[in-house]
Every structure is written in C-alpha cells, then in structure tokens.
Design a protein around this ligand. Sequence first.
Ligand SMILES: [Zn+2]
Length: 83
Amino acid sequence: MLYQYQCACCNKVVTANDKECQHCGSHHIRSPYGFWIFCVFACLMVAITFKVGQIYLNNHQTDTPEQITLLNVLNQDSNKTDH
Ligand SMILES: [Zn+2]
C-alpha cells in the first residue's frame, strides 16, 4: 500500500517505528510520504504549466499571423497551379 512504510529490499510492510526491516534486516525503509510529495509537486507543475500556457495563449490570441500566412501561401500555390 502507498500509505504504509515498506522495506526497500523485500517490499514487506513495516511499522513507522521500525528502524530496520523485520524480515530481512535491511535499514532501507521507504517512507510513504515521498510518493505524496512527488504527487503534490507533479500537480503543481501541471497547474503552473497550464496557467503559463493560458497566459501565453491570451497574449498571442489577438495576433496569429502564422495561420493566415500559411493559408495565403496555400492559396497562392493553388492559384499558380491553376494558371
Ligand atoms: Zn526487508
């Protein structure tokens, strides 16, 4: 389970007070909080990226010459082939 302390060697569940694994004697006890901290940071990163993207789009929404020029180029090409 993700909310339990686990041995990093044998993956057996250990109690939070255990300094070493009861099964294999390993001192590598994995804390369950690392996963949640990672989740929180991942969510924050996604939120920040989304917000920055939104601001970027809002700033560039009024002037988007790329699509227009691309359409113009395509139209010019088709006109050339017609003639
Ligand atoms: Zn172990």
